[in-house]
Design a protein around this ligand. Structure first.
Ligand code: NDP
Ligand code: OXD
Length: 312
């Protein structure tokens, strides 16, 4: 068996040695133009050339959860795309979203300003019932986030393509329920994949429906920059329709130095760091899937196999 590793902008050596350790009999190497044919590839944002030169690939194992970059490429006819599911990312997402939510809800930024000025002053407690949280996407990461938020007694709504039955989460499913979901939510968390249906879903028209159309909405985008129409956000913040936003992902990454998001007082920026790929967990998951395929189980029924029709 030959496994090729092609990780754009990431150091591949520890991935190669980790995979080689698990498959001592295999040939594991870093992809280079003209490399010999491989059975499986472990990838992050590979170039089109790699796929064009590897028409016999059986499995393309993405080391992240989102496959939007891969789906822009022309795939070899029989290659199956398999993404990493969770592998330590879900708990990180839950931490990140709960942190952003609670920081906003409990007004910790304002307390921080007070503290710097040596000012001792209480703020009136806010009611959780007035801060319902809407999680867009109730997949591997969204479900974990929704459950974590519910643990803090916030009302939680979830929006997905198919209806869900998750204790403590009110399920809204499909496009026809989007307006009701937005109206019932005040803090909006995006954990959708980017597909033709979800690109630009965080835009003026949808964001003004939050909180029953009243001011006070808050946006947490931890999915992809392409979900947000960036030009719509600052006018909504400046007009007071939205109270703030925490953004981890952007249309252009790294976020350009002159981008107004960096300096806006109501926007918190993090550098696509909400849930990092953990190498050891991810290698273990990929290895067990390659073993299953090589053992004859094939890809049907395997968790994380991407459905090209759905786009995730
Ligand atoms: P999943 O595929 O497990 O979940 C996707 C969810 O989105 C599902 O609940 C799905 O509905 C729902 N969905 C998809 N399309 C629609 C639609 N048109 N309308 C309503 N709901 C829809 O993905 P993950 O939870 O693993 O990951 C989600 C995304 O998070 C990734 O695609 C990636 O972009 C992003 N991500 C960001 C990271 C970061 O560091 N910022 C790290 C990791 C991931 P259904 O359940 O009905 O299929
Ligand atoms: C992912 C990511 O998709 O890190 O896993 O963004």
């Amino acid at each position: 068996m030959h496994i090729t590793v092609c990780l754009t902008d990431l150091k591949p050596d520890a991935w190669v040695s980790g995979l080689q350790h698990e498959f001592p009999e295999a040939h594991v190497s870093v992809w280079q133009p003209g490399a010999p044919p491989a059975d499986h590839a472990v990838v992050w944002s590979p170039p089109q050339r790699m796929l064009d030169e590897q028409p016999g690939l059986r499995g393309l194992f993405n080391i992240g959860a989102g496959v939007d970059a891969l789906l822009k490429l022309r795939m070899p006819l029989h290659t199956r795309i398999v993404r990493v599911e969770d592998a330590g990312m879900a708990v990180q997402m839950a931490e990140y979203v709960c942190h952003a939510l609670i920081r906003h809800f409990r007004e910790f930024d304002a307390y921080e300003v007070d503290a710097r000025q040596g000012s001792w002053g209480y703020r009136a407690p806010r009611l959780r019932s007035q801060f319902p949280v809407g999680v867009m996407g109730l997949g591997v990461l969204g479900e974990r986030v929704a459950k974590a938020v519910a643990q803090f007694d916030f009302p939680v709504n979830g929006w997905s393509r198919s209806p869900k039955d998750i204790a403590g989460i009110r399920s809204f499913a499909g496009h026809q329920s989007l307006d009701a979901f937005l109206a019932e939510s005040r803090v909006l968390v995006c954990l959708l994949p980017v597909t033709p249906d979800t690109r630009g879903i965080l835009r003026r028209e949808t964001l003004t429906k939050l909180n029953g159309g009243a001011p006070g909405g808050y946006v947490i985008n931890v999915a992809r920059g392409a979900h947000l129409v960036e030009a719509d956000l600052i006018p909504l913040l400046d007009a007071g329709q939205l109270d703030g936003a925490t953004l981890d992902v952007f249309e252009t990454e790294p976020l350009p130095a002159d981008h107004p998001f960096w300096r806006h007082p109501k926007i918190t920026v993090t550098p696509h760091a909400s849930a990092r790929t953990l190498r050891e967990e991810s290698i273990a998951q990929i290895v067990s899937k390659i073993r299953a395929v090589e053992g004859g189980a094939g890809f049907d029924g395997m968790a994380g196999v991407v459905d090209l029709e759905r786009g995730y």
